[in-house]
Design a protein around this ligand. Structure first.
Ligand code: SF4
Ligand code: SF4
Length: 192
């Protein structure tokens, strides 16, 4: 007879069920913590990625949707790659962000939300590709309007200059892709 402890938990709570419906099941998590062990941003998180997964599984919606962690996550995918159970933790984080916005939750740092928006606008403008220069310019202007910090501005300009010299960013936007209309349609369907 199989040991019931080796069986994945059956999602019983609303949040876990919704994640399963979105093809982001967290039910097979056995709490090994490999996701948190590889995450480069845990220093800035209030709860660790494996806690997010466990709390989602246990239906602790308030804690998960109100956590700073989901907004700190940069979707680098390290956790997803490391998970022995193939749980798409980065995808879960993204989904939780969307859910928090849908439910009108307060976002701990409005700058994160603005960055997301500028990122998507940049893809829409360049028809499928991110223009780092445009993205950074918009975000820097946004930050300056909210709180003009000359030291930070100088640091960002220096960083941009170094990146440009090493050809890591383009001064002008990337060449646009074919299928501009399709990309616009994707955004339209996503109600962006
Ligand atoms: S995707 Fe998010 S949670 Fe996962 S390792 Fe990267 S920053 Fe951490
Ligand atoms: S790596 Fe996967 S199985 Fe391990 S704690 Fe994280 S989500 Fe759970």
């Amino acid at each position: 007879m199989e040991n019931p402890e080796n069986q994945p938990m059956r999602p019983q709570f609303f949040l876990a069920k919704q994640l399963t419906k979105a093809h982001l099941s967290v039910a097979s998590c056995f709490f090994c913590r490999k996701c948190s062990g590889g995450c480069p941003l845990t220093f800035a998180m209030d709860i660790l990625p494996h806690h997010v997964i466990r709390l989602a599984l246990l239906g602790q919606e308030e804690q998960v949707l109100g956590s700073e962690t989901i907004w700190v996550c940069s979707a680098c995918q390290t956790c997803t790659t490391r998970c022995p159970n193939g749980i798409d933790i980065a995808g879960v984080m993204d989904w939780l962000k969307e859910e928090a916005v849908k439910r009108g939750r307060t976002i701990p740092d409005a700058g994160v939300m603005a960055f997301h928006r500028f990122f998507l606008e940049s893809i829409l403008d360049a028809a499928g590709r991110v223009s780092e220069t445009r993205l950074l310019r918009r975000y820097t202007l946004y930050k300056m309007r909210r709180n003009l910090n000359l030291t930070e501005l100088r640091q960002n300009i220096n960083l941009g200059w170094k990146l440009w010299k090493r050809r890591r960013v383009r001064l002008f936007g990337p060449p646009t892709l074919r299928g501009k209309a399709e990309i616009k349609e994707i955004f339209r369907q996503g109600e962006f």
